[in-house]
Design a protein around this ligand. Structure first.
Ligand code: CMP
Length: 143
């Protein structure tokens, strides 16, 4: 079990001015922010990030949406990070998300679903390195 996951506050989160609310929910749930930035994904970067979904029918729409405005990738740390974060955000489709989850509270559709969370420890490591260098993760500094 790894202790890290990658969140992305998606363009709908930024547009709706919900960055503060969502980060508050994340830190209230015990996650520590290891690294954070605001960025606008290029087509290449979004396609690379979502490579595993390339053959899916929604791939082109997903890339278009994720490049439509700024987003906020965040590297998070907590024991059992991947699983706990997925419980905190709720199901991909907000209509199926449990009460009290971030997507149930704020998301409006399966595409505009406010926040991404890694789905495995292996993908968390890959996804964190997609956005952050070891230097940005402050890995060479004492805790
Ligand atoms: P995310 O956790 O970022 O991972 C892949 C994304 O694809 C997912 O959130 C959704 O936003 C999107 N997605 C998954 N399934 C569908 C679908 N059936 N239609 C449109 N978008 C989808």
């Amino acid at each position: 079990m790894s202790n890290r996951t990658l969140a992305i506050l998606k363009p709908d989160c930024v547009k709706k001015n919900l960055i503060g609310n969502v980060i508050g929910k994340i830190t209230d749930a015990g996650f520590k922010i290891k690294a954070v930035r605001m960025t606008k994904l290029t087509k290449d970067s979004a396609e690379g990030f979502y490579e595993v979904h390339r053959e899916r029918t929604f791939f082109n729409d997903l890339v278009k949406y994720m490049t439509s405005g700024p987003c906020v990738p965040i590297a998070l740390e907590k024991e059992n990070a991947v699983e706990d974060f997925r419980l905190l955000i709720g199901a991909t489709d907000p209509a199926k998300a449990a009460e009290g989850t971030i997507r149930k509270l704020y998301a409006e559709s399966i595409e505009q679903n406010i926040v991404h969370g890694s789905d495995s420890d292996e993908n968390a490591a890959k996804e964190i390195s997609h956005f952050f260098s070891k230097k940005e993760l402050l890995e060479n500094y004492p805790k």
